[in-house]
Design a protein around this ligand. Structure first.
Ligand SMILES: [Zn+2]
Length: 183
């Protein structure tokens, strides 16, 4: 048996394994959660401020980027950070992330040409202006070449798509969680 010190609670404990880091399942769980924390509270706030209109749920997914899907931890932590912000700084990050004013409205042809970025409402606008996708793309290319100058002889789609802004990492580097997590 090895006499070791727990890295979470600092209590001494005995273990058959010299590499054990924590005294109990509870402390092991705490350590795993800390390891899964990819960004500090300050970075989470910073990123939320940088991304108005990105959407709360999408934001939570983005900042845990690829962490195991059975880990609801960030989904509990981020609302907690946001609550603190509201109380202490009178800053509503939840409303900031869900502010629809930052969505961009673009024509359906542009949306397709740009690789279908994340959209909220799709296909608003005149139903009568329905065009085949190939025809739409041909018209879009011609408009693109003409610097989008209106050409009354060349019909372009009138259907529009509301698109979420792209994620802005600012000065923060995106971190990918490691796969080898201890249970
Ligand atoms: Zn412990």
């Amino acid at each position: 048996m090895y006499r070791l010190k727990c890295e979470v609670c600092n209590e001494h404990f005995l273990s058959r394994h010299s590499t054990a880091q924590t005294c109990s399942n509870f402390c092991g769980h705490v350590m795993n959660m800390t390891k899964r924390q990819l960004y500090s509270d300050e970075e989470i706030i910073h990123l939320a401020l940088l991304n108005p209109g990105y959407g709360f749920r999408a934001f939570c997914k983005k900042v845990k980027s690829g962490a195991r899907s059975d880990t609801p931890y960030e989904l509990q932590r981020i609302p907690y950070i946001f609550e603190q912000c509201k109380k202490e700084l009178k800053l509503d990050l939840y409303a900031h992330l869900n502010n629809p004013d930052y969505m961009e409205t673009m024509y359906l042809d542009e949306w397709i040409a740009k690789g279908r970025p994340r959209a909220g409402t799709k296909h608003t606008g005149q139903q009568g202006s329905r065009m085949k996708q190939s025809k739409m793309m041909a018209a879009y290319r011609e408009y693109e070449e003409a610097d989008f100058k209106y050409d009354r002889n060349h019909r372009r789609t009138h259907r529009k798509v509301k698109v979420f802004p792209e994620f802005n990492w600012g000065s923060i580097e995106e971190r990918i969680p490691s796969d080898n997590e201890e249970e």
